[in-house]
Design a protein around this ligand. Structure first.
Ligand code: GUN
Length: 167
């Protein structure tokens, strides 16, 4: 078995709807009551949560957005490119990896409400990262992009949107 498949087994990762594999590794016992959260949160949330996220080169993390900032932490494998489109339509990308002397970053924060996805930089490889959010993750705060809708919002980014959406 290759290392990516060994990690999926050993870390007990499951398929994520955005692509890749994940496992929640931390969910705070502390709960924030919805009354204390901003309007877009429809219910109570944990103070914070964290996951392992593994992505293989032959796949991608499809454009999605969430209501809170998400901190990505590089763990091992190939560098991974995070593609993001701000609510105003600015596209930027950063590479998460260990070569910090060559513009890679160990950590990156994707701001709340940005559309974002990811691709593995090296062929026949994988990346393992951590993704941490506060307030804690809830699929109610998660929107997977629909290709046609995202292209109609940001026609200038049609190419990357087509690459990083499934339908
Ligand atoms: N838990 C389940 N999916 C996710 C995700 O995409 N990000 C974070 N941070 N936690 C999750």
């Amino acid at each position: 078995m290759n290392r990516a498949d060994l990690l999926i087994k050993e870390l007990n990762l499951s398929e994520h709807p955005e692509g890749g594999y994940f496992k929640e590794t931390y969910r705070s016992d502390g709960i924030i009551i919805s009354h204390h959260l901003s309007m877009e949160f429809n219910g109570n949330r944990a103070y914070g949560t964290s996951i392992y996220f593994l992505l293989k080169s032959n796949s991608f993390s499809a454009f999605h957005k969430i209501n809170q900032d998400e901190i990505w932490h590089f763990h091992e494998g190939s560098p991974v490119r995070i593609h993001q489109i701000s609510p105003r339509g600015e596209y930027t990308s950063v590479v998460l990896g260990s070569d910090v002397l060559n513009k890679q970053q160990f950590q990156h924060v994707v701001p709340a409400n940005y559309w974002f996805g990811a691709t593995v930089e090296n062929k026949d490889n994988y990346t393992l990262v951590g993704c941490t959010v506060s307030p804690g993750f809830d699929f109610d705060d998660f929107t997977l992009a629909k290709r046609a809708e995202l292209i109609s919002l940001f026609p200038e980014h049609q190419e990357i949107i087509s690459t990083l959406t499934n339908s």
